[in-house]
Design a protein around this ligand. Structure first.
Ligand SMILES: [Zn+2]
Length: 325
């Protein structure tokens, strides 16, 4: 561990590392995390707690996106800062993630997909997982699938998700709800963040609220007008519902094919002052605020050493070598 940290620090010196934006989706307590069919989508809260302690101990300052951009501009070689952002936003962002950051006295950024608190984005991934977790069997297109052990649940979730990727997840989920007697609306509200929760979080000085699209669309796949209306609709909803003027945007999906030159310009035109991607990388000085790199944390990152590799830019170098950007 110490060796990896030192190795990372030397790499950081060579690469001039300073800022690192990290993003994740959901969190769960350690005991729940182990049972989840799609657990790589969640960060174990106990691990997160250790990570925040570790960052403080090793001199990394946790900052907002706003502050990260200012620090990038100042370019102080001694500065080491990290931002954590949650994409989409779920009930656990409100119940578990923000309270953890509050306990540590550090800020967190919420990139909200406004169709989630509006109840109009079908959260098929959460609904599928919920059914697989709580039942011993599920029906998919007339086939009964046994899901009575944790391993069977994980395997079934991955298989069904792959199938739905091909067949169209929203329509497949609607069929699945009908076949399994699931109330999609009730399931949605057990997992979604609500406007009432966001209204409460807005008042917290440690919470920075940004935008993640109205419908969680892949912006590059939309025609120009549709892309612009999604960006604008998201900003307007945040203003209407919780009085937030969102300055920062994070592209849904966010990899190279999901957002490009046209889309960076559109985000600026829609009134935002920055846009974050999920292209791996670190911030080493002033840079274009409309294509900020962010490194995704998922459930598989359960060691401090793995996070150190992100902090010091080692994963971004590896991603470039492997062509995964
Ligand atoms: Zn997202």
């Amino acid at each position: 561990m110490e060796f990896v940290r030192r190795l990372g620090s030397s790499a950081a010196t060579l690469l001039g590392s300073r800022g690192c934006l990290l993003t994740f989706h959901r969190v769960a307590t350690g005991s729940v995390w182990k049972t989840l069919p799609n657990r790589n989508f969640y960060i174990d809260l106990d691990f997160f707690d250790r990570l925040l302690t570790y960052l403080r101990r090793t001199g990394w300052q946790v900052v907002t996106i706003e502050e990260a951009i200012q620090r990038a501009g100042r370019n102080d070689p001694k500065d080491r800062y990290v931002n954590f952002s949650i994409d989409d936003c779920y009930r656990d962002s409100y119940e578990l993630a923000v309270p953890l950051f509050r306990r540590h006295g550090v800020p967190i950024t919420l990139f909200v997909t406004t169709g989630i608190p509006d109840g109009i984005v079908p959260m098929w991934w959460a609904g599928l997982e919920d059914a697989v977790l709580h039942r011993d069997e599920v029906i998919v297109d007339g086939r009964i699938i046994r899901v009575d052990t944790a391993a069977a649940k994980r395997k079934a979730y991955a298989r069904i998700e792959r199938e739905w990727d091909r067949t169209g997840p929203a329509a497949s989920y609607a069929r699945f709800c009908a076949e399994n007697g699931i109330d999609a609306d009730e399931t949605h509200w057990r997992h979604a963040i609500s406007w009432r929760m966001l209204d409460e979080l807005r008042a917290d000085p440690l919470v920075e609220i940004g935008a993640h699209g109205a419908m969680h669309s892949r912006i590059s796949a939309l025609p120009l007008n549709a892309a612009m209306s999604d960006l604008r609709a998201c900003r307007e909803r945040l203003m209407q519902k919780v009085g937030v003027s969102a300055h920062h945007f994070a592209f849904p999906y966010g990899r190279s094919g999901d957002c490009g030159k046209r889309d960076f310009a559109l985000v600026r035109e829609a009134g935002f002052s920055s846009a974050a991607t999920t292209r791996k990388g670190i911030i080493r000085g002033p840079r274009d605020p409309f294509q900020l790199p962010r490194n995704t944390l998922n459930g598989a990152h359960r060691s401090l050493a793995a996070v150190e590799l992100h902090l010091n830019g080692v994963t971004s170098v590896a991603a470039k070598v492997l062509g995964r950007v």
